[in-house]
Write a protein that binds this ligand. Structure first.
Ligand SMILES: Cc1cc2nc3c(=O)[nH]c(=O)nc-3n(C[C@H](O)[C@H](O)[C@H](O)COP(=O)(O)OP(=O)(O)OC[C@H]3O[C@@H](n4cnc5c(N)ncnc54)[C@H](O)[C@@H]3O)c2cc1C
Length: 382
């Protein structure tokens, strides 16, 4: 019994974007989410995300980031809200660090506007950043902050306008090919629904949804934090401070300018604590805050004010730091993704389209070879 054209399992960043893409193509969509609407207990909680075009980790992702930028702007117009605030982006570290060389490489290769600054110039422009003397900064013009809560809600709203139905507190426990064609999806309360196409976007839980593929994902506990700076907050607002990523010693810190509603975001990229997604300590303690406080004391002393909010969020990391986006070998009709590794949010509108392509047509025009599961089998003997 095929009740729907497509079922999307997991409604975080990429599931909500896939639901929107499928609904835009006239599909009757059912979305199933284990937790509440917008609850964000996977990878998409915590209100804000950076969008950087030069993408120092993987400069070849620049075209996809640029396409996503345009799609976020289109989603803003479609849903009548501000999602993306353009701030520029500063990526700073030792001259030979990937953060500097990768950002420069991406900017040069794709003709992005950027300038190189030394530590003195960085301090002159943004006195709140008292970075080490040997630091070099790449300042990219086109970067900014995304409101992830609004982005996800916007995609869900677009899907609902196209007729999608969403069920929350609906934990999916199994999916399988159906006898008469298509697929069946079973939730924890025993309900079984059918559809011709299936999109699996369960984020940090994706490995258990495709156990036969043996995805080598490592789930990492992260703790984004927001502070009330001791300087005038307006001096570190979005019109005065760029989003920034700084390599300081072995650690990469990042931040998003002060938002009167949220505070000044300062956190660590890759905390290094690996967890099972269902067994995560969600309480933020002194051990968490002290790592960021030490950086604030030394490098941003005028921002080192009261902690406004902190929460736990999960990275799903691949060994090569990119994403998993593929169709399932069980047959045509099933697409799945874990597009995180700590930098996948910005791509959500594009990834939603790719997932819709793969689920409906089995193929996509986007160059997804670097995201396919086969690469793990090629690089990991046996
Ligand atoms: C702290 C932090 C900072 C980040 N910063 C950035 C950034 O600045 N820029 C950037 O581009 N990216 C960033 N990222 C990465 C980005 O947020 C992720 O790439 C993105 O959120 C992944 O979304 P997702 O849809 O794959 O996963 P999720 O958001 O985790 O969605 C998966 C959904 O599936 C649901 N689910 C799981 N199991 C089931 C089930 N059995 N049944 C039904 N539903 C289920 C979950 O409840 C969840 O809602 C950051 C991530 C974190 C954690």
């Amino acid at each position: 019994m095929l009740s729907y054209d497509a079922i999307v399992v997991g409604l975080g960043a990429h599931g909500s974007a896939a639901a929107a893409a499928l609904a835009r193509r006239g599909q009757r969509v059912l979305g199933l989410e284990r937790f509440g609407r917008g609850e964000g207990r996977g990878s998409s909680g915590g209100w804000t995300r950076m969008i950087r075009l030069s993408h120092f980790e993987h400069p070849w992702l620049v075209p996809m980031a640029a396409a996503a930028w345009d799609r976020w702007r289109a989603l803003e117009a479609e849903t009548n809200q501000t999602i993306l605030t353009e701030t520029g982006g500063l990526y700073a570290g030792p001259a030979d660090s990937t953060i500097v060389t990768g950002a420069t490489q991406g900017a040069v290769a794709h003709d992005l506007a950027y300038e190189i600054l030394n530590a003195r110039e960085i301090r002159e422009r943004w006195p709140v950043l008292e970075l080490a003397d040997d630091v070099v900064g790449v300042l990219e013009a086109k970067a900014g902050a995304l409101r992830a809560d609004r982005g996800n809600a916007g995609h869900l709203a677009v899907a609902e306008r196209g007729g999608a139905i969403f069920r929350y507190d609906a934990r999916v426990v199994d999916w399988r090919p159906a006898a008469g064609g298509g697929f069946e999806v079973e939730t924890a309360d025993g309900t079984v629904v059918g559809a011709e196409h299936l999109v699996l976007t369960t984020g940090p839980w994706i490995a258990e949804f495709v156990p036969d593929l043996g995805l080598p994902l490592a789930v990492e506990r992260e703790v984004p934090m927001w502070f009330r700076p001791s300087v005038d907050p307006a001096s570190v607002g979005a019109d005065r401070l760029p989003i920034w990523v700084v390599r300081d010693g072995p650690t990469m810190f990042y931040g998003i300018p002060y938002d009167p509603e949220l505070g000044l975001k300062v956190s660590i990229h890759h905390w290094g604590t690996f967890v099972e997604p269902d067994v995560v300590d969600r309480v933020v303690g002194d051990r968490d805050t002290e790592r960021v406080r030490a950086f604030l004391r030394q490098r941003m002393p005028t921002a080192n004010g009261p902690l406004v909010h902190a929460e736990v969020c999960l990275y799903a990391n691949t060994p090569d730091g990119t994403f998993v986006i593929d169709r399932h070998p069980v047959g045509p009709g099933v697409a799945f993704a874990s597009a995180c590794s700590g930098h996948g949010y910005k791509f959500a509108p594009v990834i939603g389209e790719i997932l819709a392509d793969l689920a409906l047509d089995g193929t996509t025009d986007w160059p997804i070879e670097p995201f396919r599961v086969a690469r793990f089998r090629e690089s990991i003997p046996g």
